[in-house]
Write a protein that binds this ligand. Structure first.
Ligand code: AP5
Length: 212
């Protein structure tokens, strides 16, 4: 199964991706997670990406496309994959089309999770994550068992640098200008899901699409 999850920052792509990838035993490819791991390790990609990420701008297409090409070469992608946060520009979508064509494979589903801006700002301001294992929490409905501590690895939780309100607003603006045009690009294949529902309901709606 090959899936793209589209949607604005904070709409729940990562949350749903984790559940879906477990159900279908496919790798979760999040360009955001790959970039954050590079920033943490201080790699060349990380050094080039940090400034863009911290200000809520998109990292240049070339860096992202090269990163995805490398990731697709890994053995687990033979089972399929779920792309979370990629593509994010028309140029990335065209590069993906090219890559898939060369690999002689097709996308099965493109799902767009729709959530209004104010709800997104509220959700992101309450998001905490573990910089070690990447587990995501929410201070209202997915609290860690011990305050500000990751349930899985016991390390301190933190707020992402790009989750400050002014940066979130910029990410939403960038989304509207550079990423939302993908909805038109994929219009023949895209399925919309109402992301305002609770996590379980959103999962149910996505699974219904994937089973159809
Ligand atoms: P990335 O990491 O991809 O961030 P994003 O797309 O902005 O999405 P988020 O990770 O913020 O949110 P999400 O949709 O995964 O929501 P989540 O499940 O966490 O990208 C970060 C940066 O990297 C970009 O700004 C850019 O600089 C760079 N980048 C990445 N990819 C790139 C690319 N392809 N090209 C160029 N640059 C790129 O949920 C959010 C919160 O809401 C959580 O607290 C969660 O618990 C809660 N929640 C989830 N679902 C629900 C629900 N149904 N109801 C209530 N709360 C919910």
């Amino acid at each position: 199964m090959r899936i793209i999850l589209l949607g604005p920052p904070g709409c729940g792509k990562g949350t749903q991706a984790e559940i879906i990838c477990k159900s279908f035993d496919i790798p979760h490819i999040s360009t955001g997670d790959i970039l954050r791991s590079n920033v943490k390790r201080g790699t060349e990609i990380g050094l080039a990406a940090k400034e863009y990420m911290d200000s809520g701008r998109l990292v240049p297409d070339k860096i992202i496309i090269d990163m995805i090409k490398d990731r697709f070469l890994e053995a687990d992608c033979k089972k399929g994959f779920l792309l979370d946060g990629f593509p994010r520009t028309i140029a990335q979508a065209e590069a993906l089309d090219d890559l898939l064509q060369k690999m002689n494979i097709f996308l099965d589903y493109i799902i767009n999770i729709d959530v209004p801006d104010e709800e997104i700002i509220d959700r992101i301001s309450k998001r905490m994550s573990c910089s070690n294992c990447g587990e995501v929490y929410n201070l209202i409905f997915k609290k860690p068992k011990k305050e500000m501590t990751c349930d899985s690895c016991g390390l301190k939780l933190h707020q992402r640098d790009d989750d400050k309100e002014e940066v979130i607003r910029n990410r939403l603006e960038v989304y509207r200008k550079q990423t939302a045009p993908l909805i038109e690009y994929y219009k023949l294949k895209i399925k919309n899901v109402d992301g305002k529902k609770n996590i379980n309901e959103v999962t149910k709606d996505i699974l219904n699409i994937l089973k159809s």
